[in-house]
Design a protein. Structure first.
Lengths: 407, 340
């Protein structure tokens, strides 16, 4: 126990140690996170009136980001399956970063849901009267928190074993890894069902939403990891194999192609039939009665995703430069598509046919940026701790020169 | 998973002084210089954090839940005594907020009653008197204004809501080329809003009215997204009601004043209808377009209307089984002549 406390203490210390780039990055994130906290305090005092949300568009940027991040959390499973099911060796020492990303993403998800609440002080009502299994939101609470715990266990156990120079006991984590695979699918499915289950919102009430959700998640998450792994490769001594990254590239390519295909199916169904139910889709893609707030966004997303898809299919993206462009494009593209493109149009027009556009406020945007910064801060710290531990430089029997870098 | 130590040099740890130069690196030892640096960083961090939290100084202590409110149980779990205590707390709260002493009761549904609303589209002239009578009766926020009833001005020949005008502003209603369709909570028998609430803060009572426990709602607005009739309203800001406009006859599940951050909705004026009165929107209607009553009573107006009129419900295809019906008279009394 005292050894574990010492481990935690040393983890805490090492997160404050790094070179000037590390300090610059962490200071930057801390500043943004504090700005976000400041904006949230304003919201806490004034109410959700400080956001751009209305009774007409009652969910906005918060839920949009939440939705996107649920997808990011699943990135892990795209590394876990090759490693643990197909025994792939190229990804073996990279899989932990996927799991750490899942932890950071889920924490961001939970923060986004919390800032969206009108009465966060009544949070404990969730424990006192839980509408399970009727409410999809109660399912979502279970699967998200469950996924967080599973990944915390896997990462924590493996890292602590490496710290103690012990071989991890398979019994203690392999079953959890397999549970987590199914659990990762469930966090998407349940989050998609959250929207799909609403008969009063025809834009969401379509069976394709859940599969599309999975496809876009399996594209954006690993794309984010490709970028992260290269940063790790450049800034630390950790060995990131190029073969591993190329395998991720294949995964991302297939996922993005499936995503684009599902988008096409959706667009065809909405527009070819020309039913009155397509009003939200018209608003999203072409504008409705002169209201065109999302048209620029969605076409940007489609363009970015299409360029990314073409780049990925070309041999050019074997070079990191093009691969990175493709990854950035698809992360932005999918962020728009799943956030702004999936959440907001469902509210426009309202079920009574009124059109009121949604424009996020600065305060609301700052809260979002703050949560993102906080999540990236957590992710960076976790990676910062993991690398020396896995590399065997920070273990229970080594002296680690915490201050050597900055002196 | 095996952890192989990697071959690349750890530049970071090799550049250091190895703890031998007296600069205080290494586990446990702290030099004055590093102490000062860490201290300055910690101080700066604390200052930044305090600055970030500074908007909380504006927080009105009265806005925070009292201990009694915080530990109050769910409506269905409260004993009689606990309910009395809650009602007392609410009275004090209203007194403090508005300087008015209200009478707050917990009015229960009556046995053998199922309320149903019927609205005569041939008669409605779109005057919106119902909208404002509702706000006055039910203590909705006046700023920002919260309204439970939305009246749509519909072109003749369609029931497509997207063609309705929500913001019509005429010197004189009705327009000869339109009909008017007020929409409020339909008190569905299969309510999607109740189904989706993660904490059972909203439910359907035995008389068919779907209510909200304003002390239980966490404000996630999932119910608002689920409602096919756009009947729910959220308190984005602390509701403002002028003291002299407050309706002092209040009920726990209906028109007591709300706080910010919770959902509210039409509840068929249960503080009136459960005590034998008609809803405020009905009483104010100048043309008698609104009918309300107990559908389990064979002689009631609504039962007769459901039996004999051309009745329909809005969005029957979403399957929520509304208890709010629209109907037309056999002929259009005002369409031909043009007078109301």
């Amino acid at each position: 126990m005292s050894e574990y406390l010492r481990f935690l203490w040393r983890c805490g210390r090492i997160s404050f140690v790094g070179d000037w780039r590390y300090y610059l990055w962490m200071t930057f994130l801390t500043v943004i996170a504090l700005l976000g906290l400041n904006a949230y305090c304003k919201q806490f005092v004034e109410g959700l009136i400080v956001t751009g949300m209305t009774d007409q568009v009652s969910w906005g940027l918060y839920i949009a980001n939440f939705t996107f991040l649920v997808g990011m959390a699943a990135a892990a499973v795209m590394l876990v399956i090759p490693v643990y099911v197909y025994r792939n060796h190229d990804l073996h020492n990279l899989v932990i970063f996927g799991e750490l990303l899942a932890v950071a993403s889920i924490i961001m998800c939970l923060m986004f849901v919390t800032v969206d609440l009108g009465r966060p002080d009544r949070f404990m009502h969730l424990f006192l009267r839980f509408n399970f299994p009727m409410s999809m939101l109660s399912w979502d609470g279970i699967v998200l928190n469950g996924y967080l715990l599973l990944n915390l266990h896997i990462c924590g156990y493996l890292i602590y074993c490496a710290y103690r120079r012990r071989q991890p006991g398979k019994m203690f984590y392999i079953p959890v890894v397999f549970i987590a695979i199914f659990w990762a699918i469930s966090i998407h499915t349940v989050t998609a069902f959250l929207y799909v289950g609403l008969g009063g919102r025809p834009f969401w009430n379509a069976a394709i939403i859940a599969p599309r959700f999975l496809a876009s998640a399996f594209a954006a998450g690993p794309a984010f990891l490709i970028l992260t792994l290269q940063i790790i490769n450049k800034t630390t001594s950790y060995d990131v194999s190029k073969k591993g990254i190329m395998l991720l590239r294949s995964i991302v390519t297939v996922a993005l192609i499936i995503n684009q295909f599902l988008l096409l199916s959706e667009v065809f169904t909405e527009f070819y039939t020309g039913s009155a139910h397509a009003a939200s889709a018209y608003y999203l893609f072409f504008g409705l009665h002169g209201y065109t707030g999302l048209v620029g966004w969605i076409w940007t997303a489609i363009t970015l995703n299409t360029i990314a898809m073409i780049l990925l299919m070309l041999p050019a993206s074997r070079s990191m430069k093009f691969l990175n462009v493709a990854c950035v494009f698809m992360i932005v593209g999918i962020w728009i598509e799943k956030g702004m493109g999936l959440i907001v149009p469902a509210f426009i027009p309202t079920p009574l046919g009124e059109i009121l556009e949604y424009v996020p406020t600065i305060n609301e945007t700052l809260v979002c940026l703050g949560i993102w910064a906080f999540g990236l801060l957590l992710f960076t710290i976790m990676v910062r701790i993991t690398i020396p531990v896995l590399a065997g430089r920070l273990t229970y029997d080594t002296e680690y020169h915490f201050e050597s870098v900055v002196e | 998973m095996t952890m192989d130590p990697h071959n690349k040099e750890d530049q970071a740890s090799d550049q250091g002084c190895q703890g031998s130069c007296g600069c205080g690196s290494g586990d446990g030892k702290v030099s004055r210089r590093s102490f000062l640096r860490v201290g300055a960083a910690a101080l700066g961090g604390m200052a930044a954090l305090t600055a970030a939290l500074s908007p909380l100084r504006e927080l009105d202590p009265d806005d925070l839940p009292s201990v009694e409110e915080f530990i109050q149980k769910h409506y269905k779990e409260m004993s009689g005594e606990q309910m009395q205590a809650a009602l007392g707390r609410i009275e004090k709260d209203v007194q403090k907020r508005f300087g008015v002493t209200p009478e707050v009761a917990d009015i229960k549904p009556l046995d053998g009653v199922e309320f149903v609303y019927a609205l005569n589209l041939s008669r409605c002239i779109g005057c919106r008197k119902c909208v404002h009578a509702c706000v006055a009766e039910n203590n909705q926020s006046r700023s920002p204004e919260v309204q439970y009833i939305r009246v749509l001005e519909m072109p003749r020949g369609t029931t497509d809501l997207e063609q309705g005008d929500h913001h019509y502003d005429r010197p004189k209603v009705p327009s000869d080329h339109h009909y008017y369709m007020p929409v409020q909570c339909h008190q569905c028998a299969s309510p999607p809003c109740v189904k989706v609430c993660p904490i059972e803060a909203t439910w359907q009572e035995s008389d068919g009215i779907t209510v909200v426990d304003y002390d239980w709602c966490i404000g996630c607005r999932y119910c608002e997204a689920a409602c096919p009739y756009w009947a729910r309203r959220f308190n984005f800001a602390e509701p403002q009601i002028p003291k002299d406009k407050l309706n002092k006859k209040m009920s726990y599940l209906s028109n007591r004043p709300r706080h910010k951050g919770v959902i509210e909705k039409c509840h068929y004026c249960l503080q009136r209808t459960r005590q034998g009165q008609m809803p405020a929107c009905l009483e104010v209607c100048p043309v008698g377009a609104r009918k309300f009553g107990n559908v389990l009573d064979a002689d009631s107006d609504v039962t007769q209307i459901l039996k004999h009129k051309r009745v329909f419900v809005l969005k029957e295809d979403v399957g929520t089984l509304p208890r709010f019906f629209y109907y037309f008279d056999e002929r259009y009394p005002r369409s031909q002549g043009g007078e109301a």
